[in-house]
Design a protein around this ligand. Structure first.
Ligand SMILES: Nc1ncnc2c1ncn2[C@@H]1O[C@H](COP(=O)(O)OP(=O)(O)OP(=O)(O)O)[C@@H](O)[C@H]1O
Ligand SMILES: [Mg+2]
Length: 166
């Protein structure tokens, strides 16, 4: 990947993640460094269990690295406390969890509105409806996650991730 440049939106520097296990330390990520350029599209590929979700969680500030730093638009995410990281993430990132993590007691529409409502946006409903239409779920907006198919849940998760234009 590209080396550091002024155009970098996300900078991962020497990130390692290890977790203690009964039979010793498990090294999930070892010294990962790369830069993502603003406006670029990047895929992280690798075998199941190789650490992709662990890396994404750290890139989003959802989990902390054992060592190393992540700069989001030049800001050191792990210099912030958890609330500070949550606020920064809410303004700048969309995240689709591998298991979607939709709120079970909220409809597709309410799940998609949530990031906008937390940000105090008055047009949350209209914008969420537009985004759900874009992912082909206009007819399912009042459905709860438990009655949606896996792919439909995934599309609600996409709508929720992109509704703020992160
Ligand atoms: N908190 C944790 N404690 C112990 N082991 C963990 C923890 N988190 C992840 N792992 C292990 O780290 C490895 C990487 O997990 P991760 O979920 O990042 O893989 P992945 O590349 O996303 O895999 P998949 O393609 O199956 O989603 C796995 O072996 C997993 O069991
Ligand atoms: Mg994964």
């Amino acid at each position: 990947m590209k080396q550091a440049s002024g155009n970098s939106i996300l900078s991962v520097r020497n990130v390692s993640k290890s977790v203690p296990q009964a039979d010793g330390i498990l090294h999930i990520l070892r010294n990962i460094s790369f830069e993502l350029e603003r406006g670029s599209v990047t895929a992280i590929v690798g075998a199941s269990g190789s650490g992709k979700s662990s890396l994404l969680a750290i890139m989003a500030g959802l989990d902390t690295p054992s060592s190393g730093t992540v700069l989001l638009d030049g800001k050191d995410m792990f210099a912030l406390d958890e609330d500070g990281r949550a606020a920064l993430r809410a303004q700048t990132m969309g995240f689709v969890f591998q298991n979607f993590q939709l709120m079970p007691n909220l409809t597709a529409l309410e799940n998609t509105m949530l990031p906008l409502e937390l940000a105090g946006k008055r047009d949350a409903r209209e914008r969420a409806l537009v985004m759900l239409d874009r992912v082909g779920l206009a007819a399912r907006v009042q459905s709860y996650p438990r009655v949606l198919s896996g792919g439909e849940q995934q599309r609600v998760a996409l709508a929720r991730a992109f509704v703020q234009r992160p």
